[in-house]
Design a protein around this ligand. Structure first.
Ligand SMILES: [Zn+2]
Length: 479
């Protein structure tokens, strides 16, 4: 792929923006209100306001992020935590940041165990017979080598399983819950197998956790209750879950044969990838930003979370490119193994425990490359209020909302140590169409939305890193 040396004009990129009129630029007046002393009408903007405006304009007219995300998705491909594919992604990310103008790039070890799927196949053997596409859930055990065959008990939810628990022994329990939002529905994926095993089931199938399906399979992490037998767990399509469920409701007893082979390797050392733009005046004060580099092994992790990695890389890279090196250091961290439980985020917080007190803020982008609507903040209410003020002018590109709430899995361990946390929020109504499925690919990325994400992150993170007063000094110090 083409290179992007830091002093090269950015128009040299292969992906031209197609008629990308900069949609809604920050108006200088809104920006001028940012840092206290708003100039009188007609006066020049403050340096901070001018900087933010420049950043947004440059980001909206730039194709760097789109180009790099395409490279990550199409050339590097999927990158399951701890796998050889992830090692290739780590090497790509480090080489890319070095090439693209970061001042320092390095990797840090993350210890984890690696789970990988092998052969997976299933069929319905009666009363009607059809081939049953399925996808093993992350961490699932294998079936016996010859597979297993059993009758299906389809239930809608936990209550129905409890009510009909005595029918589950020796059967495959199928959970076919309606979509009630990710947070609620995903519980059948994470805990369904052990709930079924508690009633003697031999395997667990779930309806793919999605709000929309054209026959797509959605995987994701599951975990076992140590006190119960470990049974194989897989997702099937919404369509097949519905058909099996309806057969059961007709009083028929469908049978399923499934074969699942999974491989596990403990004591794997993988890596977080870190790149810095050193601060101009206070290089020891750090503004952290990043996403998770690992993805599921199906699709190419375009929205989840290739986008978050590239949005934050592009934001920092843009500031270096524009010669807007802020007062404090920008540190981009691409985390390993978010999908299997946040190993990279914990490794970072442990390795940097001594300097977390000098981390001024930590931002995570893990909501896909949909149009931004603002930031979710986990911090003292005074910090949140200040960030709301700081981000308000980003309303011009639809990204001005700041709410108190969840900031991110990877930055979680650092945020727990008192670092103010920010999560990029997006208008991601379509996210779960693609999430953890073979459909999470680069063709689903809207370059305009991606450019807005970069604009929002770059402008806000720059303001935080440039602000003469540290964000952490805007709230009382907590012990
Ligand atoms: Zn993610």
């Amino acid at each position: 792929m083409d290179q992007h040396p830091r002093h090269q004009p950015r128009q040299a990129h292969r992906f031209e923006r197609r008629g990308a009129a900069v949609p809604a630029l920050l108006c200088a007046a809104a920006l001028a209100g940012l840092l206290v002393a708003a100039p009188v009408s007609g006066a020049p903007a403050t340096p901070l306001a001018a900087g933010m405006q420049r950043i947004v304009e440059a980001a909206l007219g730039d194709t760097y992020a789109y180009e790099r995300l395409g490279e990550l998705c199409d050339v590097v491909g999927p990158r399951l935590a701890g796998s050889p594919a992830m090692a290739r992604a780590v090497a790509w990310a480090a080489a890319t940041m070095e090439r693209d103008g970061f001042d320092a790039v390095w990797t840090e070890p993350v210890a984890l165990s690696c789970w990988m799927r092998g052969e997976e196949r299933a069929e319905v053997t009666g009363p009607a017979a059809w081939s049953l596409p399925l996808i093993g859930l992350g961490n699932s055990v294998s079936t016996p080598p010859e597979g297993l065959e059993a009758e299906v008990l389809a239930v809608r939810d936990w209550d129905e399983l409890e009510a009909r628990g005595d029918e589950a022994a020796g059967r495959i329990v199928l959970f076919d819950p309606p979509w009630e939002g990710y947070g609620k529905t995903v519980q059948y994926r994470t805990r369904g197998a052990s709930a079924a095993a508690g009633h003697g089931a031999v395997a667990c199938l779930i309806r793919s956790v999605t709000d929309y399906s054209l026959g797509t399979l959605h995987t994701g992490m599951m975990s076992y209750d140590d006190s119960l037998p470990r049974i194989p767990a897989a997702a099937i399509t919404v369509e097949d879950a519905g058909r099996l469920h309806r057969l059961c409701q007709r009083g028929l007893t469908p049978r399923v044969h499934l074969v699942m082979r999974e491989h596990r390797q403990d004591d794997v050392t993988s890596h977080n990838v870190i790149g810095e733009i050193r601060g101009r005046e206070n290089p020891d004060e750090i503004v952290l930003l990043g996403g998770h580099l690992d993805s599921w092994d199906v699709g190419t992790g375009a929205h989840d979370d290739g986008a978050g990695c590239i949005i934050t890389m592009a934001a920092a890279q843009l500031l270096a490119h524009l010669d807007l090196r802020p007062r404090r250091t920008l540190r981009v961290v691409l985390y390993e193994s978010e999908e299997f439980g946040g190993f990279g985020g914990r490794a970072y917080a442990e390795a940097h425990a001594g300097e977390l007190v000098r981390h001024v803020a930590a931002l995570e982008s893990d909501s896909g490359a949909f149009p931004p609507n603002g930031f979710s903040v986990r911090a003292d209410s005074l910090v949140t209020a200040y960030l709301r003020e700081l981000a308000a002018p980003l309303a011009e590109i639809g990204a001005g909302e700041v709410e108190s709430g969840w900031a991110g899995v990877d930055i979680g361990p650092s945020v727990e140590q008192g670092v103010p946390g920010l999560g990029l929020r997006t208008r991601n109504d379509g996210y779960f169409h693609y999430h953890h499925s073979p459909a999470d690919t680069f063709d689903k990325i809207d370059p305009e939305a991606l450019a807005r994400d970069v604009a929002a992150v770059a402008a806000l993170i720059w303001a935080v890193a440039e602000d003469p007063v540290s964000l952490r000094d805007r709230a009382p110090v907590h012990p």
